[in-house]
Design a protein around this ligand. Structure first.
Ligand code: IPE
Ligand code: IPE
Ligand code: MG
Length: 222
């Protein structure tokens, strides 16, 4: 049985979920937050030490202003309203990505959430926000300078101190990585689901975990 340390999620399909119900893309984002809450709870129950959510990609800036503003507002309200609960549940918030591009209120809320939860031990929840794997790799390479080795390079990734994901789950029907953790996923078990993110349930997660546990992870050996 494989040990499970880290599950990463590409939570795709919010927009289509909202549109399908005639309520617009942003309604899907609102519902998507509910799924995040449920999955964090289920992960704590299943004793998964680390989970990572792809929240906003470096390419998502290309979306219409109204959608971006809605997503940013959701993030800001969520962490302002829920921070007490997050602390109580023992969740450690960790940000992967470049916060500088955001307005000062979001930057402050996210930095504060990370600071206030720094010592929490139940679960690490990484949020990839304004995250792009290619940017991450370039900045890590620049920092590594001449001492290039796998170890030195990994020390300069946003994911320093984190084990690579054991499982990647992408909802929404597409089988692509969309610039997410390209380096870190080298030996990850990949799961692609047709379901849209707001329809993803703890039961779906548990099914995947059970499949994962039985996989032969060879890492090139036999
Ligand atoms: C993923 O859902 C959430 C973000 C990118 C913020 P989408 O918004 O991409 O939903 P679809 O794929 O268009 O349905
Ligand atoms: C990936 O979803 C990014 C996030 C889930 C944050 P996208 O909807 O942006 O990916 P593409 O554009 O379909 O590849
Ligand atoms: Mg999408």
């Amino acid at each position: 049985m494989n040990k499970l340390c880290h599950v990463a999620f590409i939570m795709d399909g919010n927009g289509r979920w909202g549109k399908k119900r005639g309520k617009g893309r942003n309604f899907g984002h609102l519902k998507g937050v509910e799924t995040v809450k449920k999955i964090v709870g289920a992960s704590i129950k299943s004793k998964i030490p680390i989970i990572t959510f792809y929240v906003f990609s470096s390419e998502n800036w290309e979306r219409p202003k109204n959608e971006k503003n809605y997503i940013f507002k959701l993030i800001n309200t969520y962490f302002t309203k829920e921070i007490k609960n997050i602390i109580k549940q023992g969740i450690k918030i960790n940000i992967l990505g470049e916060l500088n591009k955001f307005s000062s209120d979001i930057k402050l809320t996210l930095k504060k959430s990370a600071k206030l939860t720094k010592k929490n031990k139940k679960i690490v929840v990484n949020l990839a926000i304004n995250y792009g794997s290619k940017n991450e790799i370039i900045q890590a390479l620049k920092k590594t300078k001449k001492n290039i080795s796998i170890k030195n390079f990994e020390r300069n990734l946003y994911t320093k101190n984190l084990p690579n994901p054991d499982i990647l789950i992408r909802t929404g029907g597409y089988q692509r990585l969309s610039n997410f953790l390209l380096w870190q996923l080298a030996y990850t078990e990949l799961f692609f689901l047709k379901k849209l993110w707001p329809d993803f349930t703890p039961k779906d997660l548990f099914k995947i975990i059970n499949k994962y546990k039985k996989i032969n992870r060879n890492y090139g050996k036999i």
